[in-house]
Design a protein around this ligand. Structure first.
Ligand SMILES: *[C@@H]1O[C@H](CO)[C@@H](O)[C@H](O)[C@H]1NC(C)=O
Ligand SMILES: *[C@@H]1O[C@H](CO)[C@@H](O)[C@H](O)[C@H]1NC(C)=O
Ligand SMILES: *[C@@H]1O[C@H](CO)[C@@H](O)[C@H](O)[C@H]1NC(C)=O
Length: 289
């Protein structure tokens, strides 16, 4: 399990630099504080000018004169000045909301005296995934990722569960589609969906299923998808597997150690008894009492 997650980690580290966009993903629970990482390659004597944007909307800016905060982010965002001077331009986003689930970009703004213009350079991009609930499941079990769309008034829902852009399950009336790797394992039963229950049933959970799942309802009129729910699935190994792994070797070691001790004890006892009888014998010969 640990080995697997280490190898997955390395895999993602190795794959990332190939993609054109250096892409960082951060996951945060609704209401928590998220740290969107960012770093500048040098230290600064005076405060550098940094800017954060989300999906082309202004979020936060700090320069030598102070800070500006975008609408909807009041009291929730900061790039601490002491950190920024040391080249740490990470954005601290407090009280995370479901609407914060989007793509963020950080920029460094440099004033060019000669032309009296600003030169804006992108530093990095961060995908923030916000989830409202987490579900844990054991390997091989069936997980139900809860979802409710009753607040949306739609007659025949066209529904999707996705991991990022990848479709896990899609349903339109009786028609359904199961994504690659999920064939025969996923469903949102039609009768449940019509009742307003869009929960995803995921059978035979495996370690690689551990990720963030998003459910969307597709609007027939606007052709837009509306985010309904984000669920974080955590997968643990079967408990009996873990018990076997860990207790089996220790039981063997304990029994070996015990047998060695018992052998030594018997050996010492035997030697003692032999010495005692030798002593008695020699006493008998010498008539000492
Ligand atoms: C950058 O600053 C944030 C707080 O603003 C801190 O939590 C984080 O650990 C810092 N990162 C580094 C690499 O120092
Ligand atoms: C929603 O559906 C799932 C499975 O499709 C089921 O396990 C769950 O109990 C349902 N929830 C409600 C509130 O009916
Ligand atoms: C469950 O998934 C594993 C692979 O993850 C597979 O080997 C096994 O056959 C599956 N079991 C069932 C009952 O489908």
């Amino acid at each position: 399990m640990i080995l697997l997650s280490i190898s997955i980690f390395w895999l993602s580290v190795c794959v990332d630099p190939i993609s054109a966009d250096p892409h960082i993903t951060v996951e945060a629970h609704v209401g928590s504080t998220a740290l969107l990482p960012c770093s500048l390659s040098k230290d600064f004597s005076k405060t550098p000018h940094v800017r954060w944007r989300a999906d082309n909307e202004f979020v936060f800016e700090r320069n030598i004169d102070g800070t500006h905060v975008g609408p909807g982010y009041e009291g929730r965002v900061d790039v601490p000045e002491d950190k920024l001077r040391k080249g740490n331009c990470s954005l601290v986003l407090k009280d995370v909301r479901i609407t914060d689930h989007t793509f963020y970009r950080s920029f460094i703004v440099e004033h060019v005296e000669a032309t009296n213009t600003d030169k804006i350079q992108e530093i990095n991009t961060v995908q923030l995934n916000v989830y409202s609930q987490s579900v844990s499941a054991q390997v091989g079990s069936t997980a139900v990722l809860p979802c409710d769309w009753r607040q949306l008034s739609i007659q025949t829902p066209h529904f999707e569960w996705r991991i990022g852009d990848e479709i896990v399950f899609e349903r339109l009336g009786k028609e359904s589609f199961q994504g690659k790797g999920y064939e025969g394992r996923v469903d949102v039963p039609e009768e449940e969906l019509l009742k307003g229950n869009c929960s995803l049933v995921l059978k035979n959970v495996s370690v690689t299923d551990e990720t963030l799942y998003s459910s969307y309802i597709l609007m027939t009129d606007t052709k837009k998808s509306v985010l309904v729910q984000n669920i974080k699935l955590s997968v643990s190994e079967k408990s009996e597997d873990r018990k076997d792994d860990r207790s089996a070797p220790s039981v063997i070691i304990i029994s070996i150690v015990c047998s060695v001790f018992i052998c030594i004890a018997i050996f010492i006892l035997m030697k003692y008894l032999r010495n005692l009888s030798n002593f008695r014998n020699s006493c008998n010969l010498r008539r000492c009492s």
